[in-house]
Design a protein around this ligand. Structure first.
Ligand code: FAD
Length: 345
């Protein structure tokens, strides 16, 4: 079958790899320029190139299937053990460990989290910078004639036998809505309508040469900051201090009303000064990224959704199935990929 996957995040790439290995032709449509979705990395070029994981900063998980995936990535040298503890900022001070939190191994990607996406994507073909605007059921069946048409900005006609929508639920809602008149997809739409997301602003900052700090990550009890990550601790420390801060959902939502992103950046720098010390309010360089769909507020109790029509297969996957993490995204892609590889063998 020719399978179109919309979204090159962890769930889409995981399903795609299984289906491609099972002999299907898998083509991925991705609206951004590269692999990984919310597991993404920015490169800041300068005197020394700096990698910043401005989406998910690390991997962790407990289920046997995700542990196997972690072992695979360790073996390929794509991830390293990072830390099993996080610090915490509360009542005006930084505690070296979060009270009551069990130690849990966390893994980072020294060459950037999006390297994991690139590794998974070796089995598929990609259209990057290609936003899918809608999908149309053109009739027929996957056995005689491709039943699906993918509508995107620059490719006029792309026909597929099956479609996997691997985007956040709100974007999936928009896509399924474009096809609902032609097939009975209303059940999917109703389920998707119920899922909303937290937002966060990722603030990336470099401070030039500084003595290394003790902490690797700080969970913050603060109105502006939720989390601070010491990016320099993830890669060979060159002497330059780089950090990423994630804002709280409340702050990010408030900032969506402001036209100028510099207003948010100024408030985040002030907050960093409060938490880390006055040096942190004066970075040498800084950038920010608004994630409107950070984490799903609730999740569904099934690993994926699929239509009942096996002649025009369509399915939904992502982290909003059974969780709100990379582990959930991986397991959703794994379950659908395995199911379809068997069903359409
Ligand atoms: C700042 C931040 C911090 C996080 N921290 C953690 C953490 O510490 N631990 C953890 O486990 N998880 C964390 N997460 C969550 C984790 O990154 C996600 O749960 C996981 O990566 C989701 O994968 P996914 O495949 O479900 O979706 P995504 O990664 O969102 O992939 C969906 C893809 O679909 C693309 N897309 C959407 N619409 C279209 C369209 N119309 N056409 C084409 N392409 C489209 C998007 O561009 C995106 O690449 C964090 C996320 C963020 C943003």
């Amino acid at each position: 079958m020719k399978i179109a996957i919309i979204g090159a995040g962890l769930s889409g790439l995981t399903a795609g790899r299984i289906l491609a290995k099972a002999g299907h032709e898998v083509v991925v449509f991705e609206k951004s320029k590269g692999y990984g979705g919310r597991m993404s990395t920015r490169r800041r070029d300068g005197a020394s190139a700096v990698l910043m994981d401005h989406g998910a900063p690390y991997l962790t998980g407990t289920s046997p299937d995700f542990r196997n995936f972690i072992d695979e990535l360790l073996e390929k040298g794509l991830i390293n053990r990072w830390t099993d503890t996080v610090s915490c900022y509360t009542e005006g001070q930084i505690l070296p460990e979060m009270p009551g939190r069990e130690p849990r191994e966390q893994y980072i990607a020294p060459d950037g989290m999006n390297g994991i996406g690139k590794y998974l994507g070796r089995w598929m073909d990609f259209y990057f910078s290609e936003k899918v605007g809608g999908i149309t059921h053109i009739g027929g069946s996957r056995i005689k004639k491709s039943p699906w048409m993918i509508n995107s900005s620059s490719i006029n006609v792309f026909e597929a036998d099956a479609v996997v929508i691997a985007t956040p639920a709100i974007q999936a809602y928009g896509l399924v809505s474009t096809a609902q008149d032609e097939l009975d997809l209303r059940k999917m739409i109703t389920v998707l309508d119920d899922i909303s997301y937290t937002s966060t602003i990722s603030f990336m900052a470099g401070y030039g040469e500084r003595n290394p700090v003790e902490w690797k990550a700080i969970v913050c009890d603060h109105p502006v900051l939720a989390w601070i990550c010491n990016e320099s601790s993830k890669r060979n420390f060159s002497g330059d201090m780089n950090i990423i801060a994630h804002s709280t959902d409340t702050f990010a939502k408030k900032m969506t009303e402001e036209d100028d992103p510099a207003i948010a950046r100024r408030q985040i720098m002030k907050a960093l000064g409060e938490v880390l010390g006055s040096w942190a309010a004066r970075p040498e360089w800084q950038q920010s990224h608004m994630w409107r769909y950070h984490l799903p507020r609730k999740h569904l109790d099934t690993p994926f959704l699929e239509s009942e029509d096996d002649l025009a297969p369509i399915a939904l996957i992502g982290d909003y199935f059974q969780g709100r993490s990379m582990e959930a995204a991986y397991l959703s892609g794994l379950r659908l990929g395995t199911h379809w590889a068997e069903k359409f063998s």
